[in-house]
Design a protein around this ligand. Structure first.
Ligand SMILES: CC(C)(COP(=O)(O)OP(=O)(O)OC[C@H]1O[C@@H](n2cnc3c(N)ncnc32)[C@H](O)[C@@H]1OP(=O)(O)O)[C@@H](O)C(=O)NCCC(=O)NCCS
Length: 320
């Protein structure tokens, strides 16, 4: 049996540089977050394993994005063990130490979400299983492809759009009607939490994000006075990844049955190609709460895209 010579302890701010290689670049700043207000709001909690002065492993968590602190929900952002120390039970010890430390910070739930394309996805899944977590399930489906390939997906895009417009579909850019959409989302509180645009506000592309509407007058009469906002498809440019991401597409019932979201994505792809060329890469996402869309993604999009992945999610209730 491997002797347990590694020491596991909470991470202090001055250890941030040494531990940075053990987490993703986008999370490293959490290790050195010193401002007390920022710490209170992000609730970073990290535990590391040391073999002498050599960092052997790290696990890092923070408050779940978009959730109030009082809800007590934390997300496991990363768990990694440096190669020479793998398969000695270190990940399990790190996870256990993290789970023990969190209740004192007011955390009751620890959630995790990771891509099925992660090189260590299988090892990570096996580690969660060994730690007694509920089996992760696909919660979001992402597809990534060049917008020119949407021609293959929307073979009959022109007739699709003509038909949907005749049924009453209206589309505006976020620049035109985004403020109204956002007021509706929060005011009447009719959009589910995952579809709220507020989280994306600062990043939205105002010309490629679309507000979806239903004609108010007789369908197809071109009237706009009574046009009603019924959903949106948000688009965010991710320059570091050279792609446009459509994180949220939502249409409220009963309009969600008319495949209008597909119409919005078809229009979004066309606008993206017109502005940035057919090679522009788009990532579209749907969630397990939208089973119809999920099936459509699998059937219509998946065969034509560069890659797809599923975000695997699990969560665990912590012992108080
Ligand atoms: C996933 C990872 C953290 C596991 O660390 P580890 O210290 O090797 O894991 P442990 O030794 O604690 O493994 C505990 C159990 O999990 C399972 N397990 C862990 N890695 C496994 C693998 N590669 N294949 C199959 N089962 C595995 C086994 O059941 C193992 O028990 P066993 O060794 O007695 O069979 C490590 O492989 C890693 O750092 N990967 C790269 C970073 C990463 O992508 N992290 C995940 C997302 S942030």
């Amino acid at each position: 049996m491997h002797p347990q010579r590694e020491i596991i302890r909470p991470v202090s701010l001055d250890e941030a540089d040494a531990l940075a290689p053990l987490t993703w670049a986008s999370y490293r700043s959490l290790l050195s977050l010193a401002d007390p207000d920022a710490r209170r709001l992000c609730r970073p909690c990290a535990v590391a394993a040391w073999d002498g002065d050599r960092p052997a492993g790290l696990t890092l968590s923070a408050v779940s994005p978009g959730r109030p602190l009082e809800a007590g929900e934390q997300t496991l952002l990363s768990l990694s063990v440096a190669r020479p120390w793998r398969r000695h039970g270190l990940a399990l010890r790190l996870l256990a130490a993290l789970e023990q430390a969190l209740p004192a910070l007011g955390v009751r739930h620890l959630a995790v979400s990771y891509s099925s394309r992660l090189p260590a996805a299988d090892a990570f899944t096996a580690t969660l299983r060994a730690a007694g977590w509920p089996p992760p399930e696909p919660s979001r489906l992402r597809i990534c492809g060049a917008v020119r390939d949407t021609v293959a997906v929307f073979r009959d895009r022109d007739s699709l759009m003509t038909r949907m417009k005749a049924e009453g579909l209206r589309l505006w850019s976020w620049r035109e009607r985004g403020a109204e959409a956002e007021a509706l989302a929060t005011g009447r509180n009719e959009a589910p939490a995952w579809a709220q645009p507020s989280h994306w506000r600062a990043m939205l592309d105002p010309d490629l994000s679309l507000v979806i509407g239903a004609a108010g007058g007789q369908a197809g009469d071109g009237a706009d006075a009574g046009d009603e906002i019924v959903g949106w498809a948000l688009c965010v440019h991710q320059p570091d990844l050279s792609r446009w991401f459509f994180p949220v597409g939502w249409v409220r019932p009963p309009f969600d049955r008319r495949a209008w979201l597909m119409g919005a994505y078809a229009e979004g792809a066309e606008r993206l190609a017109a502005r940035h060329g057919g090679d522009a890469v788009a990532v579209i996402e749907t969630g397990s709460g939208q089973p119809g869309m999920w099936r459509l993604f699998e059937r219509r999009f998946e065969p034509h895209v560069h890659w797809t992945d599923r975000m695997m999610s699990s969560e665990r209730l912590l012992a108080p």
